[in-house]
Design a protein around this ligand. Structure first.
Ligand code: PLP
Length: 496
């Protein structure tokens, strides 16, 4: 079977995976989706004893049908190696009556590593397959974790430059330090005066500006994206939901075919969309529980069918989820509209001009496998403390949003199915909010001092990702206004 891709807005059709990966965003501003979500081509019991890499191959080969076995295995082998601090890659930890799927064992200790450690290889192979002779320039907007994970993945990859834009006051001090100390001659990091949505919009505008794209082309450059709008980010994320399930089967926590729930702390809707794709492929998932922080656009959307970004942008203690425009939702809308390009164009036009849209009753029915709720900042603190007190397990502030919403879900529904919570970051990345949750007296220390305190409290070893940056030299000091991103890109690339 051959899986081809098309734009959610209808402008591009029957594109091979490698081209969709190179392009990132479709030229009409839409997102690439498979013509049809492929079904698993063997029974789940056949996957039960596979290691992460072998399972990754079984899932990803169904999407990347223009990659040879050798090409895909080359990508997988180079991604999921000893950059991860455990051979399991994504361990499942049973605590406090839930299963935490730890997605933070890669080189930057957040779940973005799961996809961004493989994307550079997918892109390299794709460029070769598509005979691209231009230098690829990765433009990425980050709410904190994507930036570092993309920089780490693409640093010193031949034929590629990477430029990351982050909201200068919207990331944690450790996230910021991780980025501005990034090594690699092909890496550029820019703080913008604006929030994540400004950064993301700026990047999308650059992609959609045909004059600018042409100017780049004339100078030997071609843009691509490492954001979760790139289908090459989404596909690797499907793997770990299958991995969690086979792990539970192996441990006899569930029986074959038994349904589980999945909770995902959500921002740009990429991670939870991967779980939705897994469900559509045949993984027995009952509810997809979408957990938001105080920027609860998705909670409101799931409960009313109205998506409205016209509201105050709240800076929370889960900054990687501080997002009002969840780009990947467009892929879900497309699916639940029965693959209607015209509906998507209408909704996205309305979002662009009015900042909101409402879906039809028919489309609302497509949301029934989702449950949305949110956790306030106080509830998030309380959850970190509660989980720690009950089980001596320290979770980060994003995972805590998931954990809190799971509790609300159980109260609302009484559902007792086994539930996997996507654990999206190491607590070492957000020491200040995590330690403050445990005891207010930690408030007097800064983020970096708290690394040692956290180690003393939990005995969990400080990850190399943190040890490596503490004394590292700051290499990136560039700042720019949110309306000057294009000029900054020109400047970096030396185009007058
Ligand atoms: C990116 C991120 C999220 C949100 O994931 P989306 O795919 O954007 O929904 C949640 N938690 C952490 C720690 C992240 O880095």
């Amino acid at each position: 079977m051959n899986t081809l891709y098309k734009s959610t807005r209808g402008g591009e059709k029957n594109i091979q995976a490698s081209l969709a990966i190179i392009k990132g965003l479709a030229s009409d501003g839409g997102l690439f989706v498979p013509n049809e979500i492929p079904k698993l081509d063997k029974p789940i019991e056949d996957l039960i004893n596979l290691e992460y890499k072998d399972l990754a191959y079984e899932i990803m080969k169904l999407y990347l049908t223009d990659f040879s076995e050798e090409e895909l295995k080359y990508c997988i082998d180079n991604a999921y190696d000893d950059k991860f601090d455990t051979r399991e890659i994504a361990p499942l930890v049973k605590k406090n009556k839930a299963y935490y799927l730890e997605l933070f064992h890669g080189s930057t200790i957040a779940f973005k590593d799961m996809a961004l450690s493989i994307l550079p290889y997918l892109m390299k192979v794709s460029a070769k397959k598509q005979n691209i002779d231009k230098e690829i320039v990765i433009l990425t907007a980050t709410s904190g974790d994507t930036g570092k994970a993309a920089l780490a993945g693409f640093a010193d990859v031949e034929g590629i430059k990477i430029i990351v834009f982050y909201p200068k006051d919207g990331v944690s001090p450790i996230q910021k330090h991780q980025m501005v100390t990034q090594k690699g001659e092909n890496t550029y990091v820019v703080g913008i005066e604006g929030n994540f949505d400004d950064a993301q919009n700026g990047v999308k505008e650059i992609f959609n500006n045909s004059d600018f794209v042409k100017l780049m082309d004339d100078n030997g450059y071609r843009f691509s994206s490492a954001n979760s709008i790139n289908i090459g980010r989404l596909i690797p994320q499907i793997v770990y939901y299958f991995y969690a399930y086979t792990n539970m089967l192996r441990n006899k926590d569930i029986k074959l075919g038994e349904e589980i729930n999945v909770v995902v702390p959500t921002g740009n809707f990429g991670n939870i969309l991967a779980a939705y794709y897994a469900k559509n492929m045949g993984l027995p998932i009952n509810q997809l529980i979408c957990a938001s922080n105080d920027n609860k656009v998705l909670y409101d959307f799931m409960n009313t069918g109205v998506y409205n970004k016209n509201r105050e942008f709240v800076l929370t203690i889960s900054p990687s989820m501080d997002i009002l425009i969840s780009s990947n939702l467009e892929r879900l809308l497309y699916k639940i509209s029965g693959n209607s390009e015209s509906i998507i164009n209408n909704l996205m036009d309305s979002l662009a001009s009015n900042g909101e849209y409402e879906i039809s009753d028919d489309m609302k029915k497509g949301l029934k496998s989702f449950y949305g709720n949110y956790a306030t900042t106080d509830e998030t603190y309380a959850t970190i403390k509660e989980v720690y007190d009950n089980s001596r397990y320290l979770i980060d502030s994003h995972t805590a949003v998931g954990s809190c919403v799971y509790k609300k879900y159980k109260n609302d529904t009484g559902d007792t199915r086994k539930t996997v919570i996507a654990s999206t970051a190491s607590p070492y990345k957000f020491t200040r909010s995590v330690m403050k949750a445990i005891d207010k007296s930690y408030e007097k220390y800064d983020d970096f001092e708290l690394i040692e305190k956290m180690n003393e409290l939990t005995g969990v070893e400080v990850p190399n990702a943190i040890k490596d940056i503490i004394n590292a030299e700051v290499r990136h000091k560039r700042l720019c206004g949110k309306d000057k991103m294009k000029e900054t890109v020109r400047d970096i690339l030396g185009i007058s």
